[in-house]
Every structure is written in structure tokens, then in C-alpha cells.
Design a protein around this ligand. Structure first.
Ligand SMILES: Nc1ncnc2c1ncn2[C@@H]1O[C@H](COP(=O)(O)OP(=O)(O)OP(=O)(O)O)[C@@H](O)[C@H]1O
Length: 276
């Protein structure tokens, strides 16, 4: 579904951010991208939707070679990629509903988007999505009146309104507390399963990655050094990716209100992960 081939990126400053990255992601697979600061995670996600231009290599979404598209074609192709951001990227003065509907703007002409007129079926779908992410009673609230977790749910609903084939998710939980982080990761995972959507999630929290991803890719200094199931990510591999560190932190999962998260801490339990 998404195919990243021999991808390299060197910034104008001379920084080599990615070197010969090869990743194939099938439909419906949730991939967590981990690695220390500066490893190239954000660059990789941004090379997929060409917010950053790769220096070498190709990226295919289905049959479309994203790396060959002109500006107009790229705009159309980006509608097939839903973006979810660390800082939510909402318009504060607009309502929750208007923020979600803005996910449709890429499809619509200038005047319609200027007048913010949306087809009835799009509005109905936005309602359904807001219900699905648990925000049905917040539809008319201004975005800046919401908590961080609620704002991220709006961001998720907005991305899904595009009806994308893949979600590109950049540190979705970086600004959230541990309990809300797990709820958001669970929601993303469930939605991907319901819609057979693939996702690449750039995430710093290794425990969350292990708990909620189908597959983990570890980047170090721009190169893929691990690509496998969460169970295979043991302490030796974590040390290779991040360097020497205590990989046995006491993490508390008791405060999560979902029964599904009563899984053992994956690293404490010798990296045997009970997937949700
Ligand atoms: N716009 C830029 N111009 C020049 N160099 C950049 C730019 N963006 C990133 N880099 C460099 O590319 C490398 C990879 O950065 P990137 O932000 O992709 O890493 P990351 O793994 O996402 O880090 P973090 O977890 O801290 O966000 C780093 O050496 C960084 O300094």
C-alpha cells in the first residue's frame, strides 16, 4: 500500500537525516516509528507527503509515485493521506464541527470553502465521526474550550473526514498525560482496524508503541536499525537504538479506564506484549 524505496534525505545544511530507507506498509497495518531525537522520524513522515522533498528514492501510495507528482497532482494525492499533529493544528475560534469539516476543504472549490458550505452527506459523516470519537456533545463548542485529549480527537475526526488511505501521525501524544495518551493511541488503533487504514505513528514513548502498534520501526541516525513485531523489541535492541539506559521503568497503567489496557508492562515482562 505504502512503499518507501531507497529513500535518503540530506538537508541544505549538510545534515544527513535519512539514509537508504526501505519500508513497505500493507493496508491496515499500524506502524510505530521510534528512535532518539534527531533520528529522522519527522523527516521520514514529511518525505511521505513531501512537506520535505527527498534527496533520493521513491515513495508510492498504491500505484501513485508520490515523489514524481507536480504541485496540482500532489495536492490531490495529499487528500489520501490524513495528517494528525502533536499540536492538533485546530482553528481555535471555530467550533468543533467546523474544524472537522475543514478536513473536507481539500475536495471543494474555492467559493464553497470560502462560504463554508458543505454537502449534507459530508455534514452527516462529520456528525458520525464526532460521535465515534466521543465528542457528540461538544459539536458547537469552540476548539479552544477543549482539553488536549478532546482537541486531538477533533484532529483525528478531521483527518478521517478526508477518507484517507493512510494516516501520518506526528507525535500524537506528546502534549498529553499518560492516561489520555493511551486513550488516543487506542482510538487511532481501533479506527485503523475498523477502516482497514494504515498508519505511521512517530512516537517517543516506547511502551505506547509496543502496546498499540502492529509493527515497530526503529530509526537511528537516519537508518532503520529495527523493523519487526513489538515482541521482538527487547532490551538489547532498545539499547542499540537509544544507547545505554534503564529499560525497566515502573510505569503505571492502573489509571486507565478501559478494561482493554490491563496488559502487563511489555518491557518489564521481558518484551512479551499482549496486544490489544
Ligand atoms: N529543516 C531542517 N534543516 C536542516 N536540518 C534539519 C531540518 N529538520 C531536521 N534536520 C536535521 O535532520 C535530522 C533528523 O531530524 P528529525 O527532526 O527528522 O528527527 P526526529 O527523529 O524527528 O527528532 P525528534 O524526535 O527530536 O523530533 C537531525 O539531524 C536534524 O537536525
Amino acid at each position: 500500500m505504502l512503499s518507501i524505496q531507497s529513500l535518503s534525505k540530506r538537508y541544505n545544511t549538510g545534515d544527513r537525516a535519512l539514509t537508504n530507507v526501505n519500508i513497505q506498509i500493507p493496508k491496515g497495518q499500524v506502524v510505530a516509528l521510534i528512535g532518539p531525537s534527531g533520528a529522522g522520524k519527522s523527516t521520514l513522515i514529511r518525505c511521505v507527503n513531501r512537506l520535505v522533498e527527498p534527496t533520493e528514492g521513491q515513495v508510492f501510495l498504491g500505484d501513485t509515485q508520490l515523489t514524481q507528482l507536480n504541485t496540482r497532482q500532489l495536492r490531490a494525492a495529499r487528500r489520501r493521506m490524513g495528517m494528525i499533529f502533536q499540536d492538533y493544528a485546530l482553528i481555535d475560534r471555530l467550533s468543533v464541527m467546523e474544524n472537522v469539516l475543514s478536513g473536507y476543504l481539500g475536495y471543494t472549490g474555492f467559493w464553497r470553502s470560502f462560504l463554508r458550505r458543505y454537502p449534507q452527506d459530508v455534514i452527516a459523516e462529520a456528525f458520525r465521526l464526532l460521535e465515534r470519537v466521543g465528542l457528540e456533545s461538544f459539536i458547537d463548542k469552540r476548539a479552544d474550550a477543549l482539553s488536549g485529549g478532546q482537541r486531538q480527537r477533533v484532529g483525528i475526526a478531521r483527518a478521517l473526514l478526508q477518507n484517507p488511505q493512510i494516516l501520518l501521525v506526528d507525535e500524537p501524544t506528546a502534549s498529553l498525560d499518560p492516561k489520555t495518551s493511551r486513550q488516543i493511541m487506542r482510538l487511532i488503533r481501533e479506527l485503523c482496524a475498523e477502516r482497514e487504514l494504515s498508519a505511521i505513528i512517530n512516537i517517543h514513548d516506547v511502551h505506547l508503541a509496543q502496546q498499540f502498534a502492529d509493527r515497530i520501526i526503529g530509526l537511528k541516525a537516519g537508518e532503520v536499525v529495527f523493523d519487526g513485531e513489538p515482541e521482538a523489541l527487547d532490551t538489547d535492541m532498545l539499547t542499540l537504538i537509544y544507547g545505554e539506559e534503564d529499560w525497566n521503568p515502573q510505569t503505571d497503567t492502573e489509571d486507565d479506564d478501559s478494561v482493554q489496557t490491563q496488559t502487563p508492562d511489555p518491557i518489564r515482562m521481558g518484551a512479551k506484549v499482549a496486544m490489544v
